[in-house]
Design a protein around this ligand. Structure first.
Ligand code: TYC
Length: 102
């Protein structure tokens, strides 16, 4: 080490290293086959939305083609996307969502 660093410098360096987790958007995609009722259920079960909010999000996706459902750290975003696809597969609906970096 070419020079000594004091306690304050060490604390500053350690603080600078702490990064907030990067965030990822989970985006729900519209399709012509999944029922509105099922989409609302998925939004309530997987994303913990209140029924009123779930209906609003579902209608927005239905009208616009896609919409952001939530923003999460990487692992949680992909876990939720997988849960959506697992529920959809089981119910034989083609419902899809995608994850993108926020
Ligand atoms: N478009 C579907 C219908 O009319 C409803 C729907 C909404 C499907 C949102 C997917 O992400 C979706 N039954």
């Amino acid at each position: 080490m070419p020079y000594a660093i004091d306690g304050t410098e060490l604390v500053r360096k350690r603080r600078e290293k702490i990064k907030e987790p990067e965030e990822y958007r989970v985006i729900l995609l519209n399709d012509d086959y999944t029922t509105m009722e099922f989409v609302v259920k998925v939004l309530m079960v997987v994303f913990h939305k209140k029924e009123e909010d779930a209906v609003h999000i579902m209608l927005d996706v239905h009208q616009k083609g896609k919409g952001i459902v939530g923003v999460y750290p990487y692992d949680l975003a992909f876990t939720k996307a997988n849960q959506v696809h697992a529920m959809a597969r089981k119910a034989e609906f083609p419902l899809k969502c995608v994850v993108e970096k926020a």
